[in-house]
Design a protein around this ligand. Structure first.
Ligand code: AMP
Length: 280
């Protein structure tokens, strides 16, 4: 496994004559790797001749300094996990290496996908995500890039960016990898105590009940029921719960059997913010 910290060295390696005709699969991450990330890498390795993983905690997608500072960083363990999985190339640049001094955050129009849910609660988040992913695509030139449905809105936004900017890469969405208790794996789970991690399984349990409820309850009833589960909860604070069209992310007003919907949720467990979603 080759590890690069500079753009130049990465590009030189990927453009070398022995690699340049190969299909490159790319998995962008912010590190603190877990089985969810590794499931993307396994998918990537199945269909490409070279796998590239980036590890970069992207400051411009954080709107809260504290959240950025507390984001877990476990580089040596990450490299060990990637080596064990047979990853070919890791790119782990510093912030100064990634962004030159006079570079600025790109402003994207994602046709409104960016205005709701994560976009509404995290100011500038998706411009930050779009900027770093576009830069990484330009450096790596992947044939395919892998994103988790855990961040479903991000997946749609990346697809939209690729379509609008006609980027020559195929975007592959991968299903959510969960703990045995149903909690969606996340680097942020590292910040939960053992007992909070157990209790946070409630989030997925609620989503599975919601999925059942859609067959015989109104959307209003479902919404009220979800709010009730978190009302006065000593540990959890519900930030949003939305049932939306899976393609447009428009909030559903009725359930139309011809349309695919998902339920999306963001919950704060103490100071740790968790998101999850489920296909209905
Ligand atoms: P992150 O390091 O959190 O930026 O995540 C990097 C990629 O891994 C993103 O495409 C995420 O959606 C994906 N990912 C994170 N957690 C999971 C999970 N539990 N299951 C599947 N994909 C995940």
């Amino acid at each position: 496994m080759k590890v690069f910290t500079t753009k130049e060295a990465l590009k030189t390696h990927l453009n070398s004559p022995s690699l340049c005709a190969k299909q490159i699969g790319f998995v962008p991450t912010m590190g603190a790797l877990h089985e969810g990330h590794l499931s993307l890498l396994r998918e990537c390795k199945k269909n490409n001749s070279i796998s590239v993983v980036s590890i970069f905690v992207n400051p411009i997608q954080f709107d809260k300094k504290d959240d950025l500072e507390k984001y877990p960083r476990t580089l040596s363990n990450d490299l060990r996990l990637l080596e064990n999985e047979g990853c070919d190339v890791v790119f782990t640049p510093s912030v100064d290496e990634m962004y030159s001094k006079n570079s600025s955050t790109l402003q994207f129009d994602f046709d409104g996908l960016e205005d709701i849910m994560e976009g509404a609660f995290r100011s500038g988040h998706f411009n930050g995500v779009g900027t770093v992913v576009k830069l990484l695509f330009e450096m790596i030139n992947p044939t395919r890039a892998y994103f988790g449905e855990k961040d479903f809105q991000q997946l749609l936004i990346i697809r939209k960016m690729v379509e609008k900017h006609q980027l020559p890469v195929q975007i592959i969405g991968c299903s959510i990898f969960r703990e045995d208790n149903g909690l969606a794996m996340s680097s942020r789970n590292e910040r939960l105590s053992k007992s909070a991690k157990q209790e946070a399984a409630l989030i997925y349990r609620i989503l599975t009940v919601v999925r059942e409820m859609t067959t015989n309850h109104s959307l209003e009833d479902i919404h009220q029921w979800v709010c009730l589960q978190f009302k006065d909860h000593p540990l959890f604070f519900l930030e949003y719960f939305i049932i939306a069209n899976e393609r447009t992310l428009q909030t559903a007003t009725i359930i139309d059997p011809k349309i695919y919907y998902r339920a999306f949720i963001a919950v704060k467990v103490g100071s740790v913010r968790l998101i999850d979603n489920i296909a209905l």
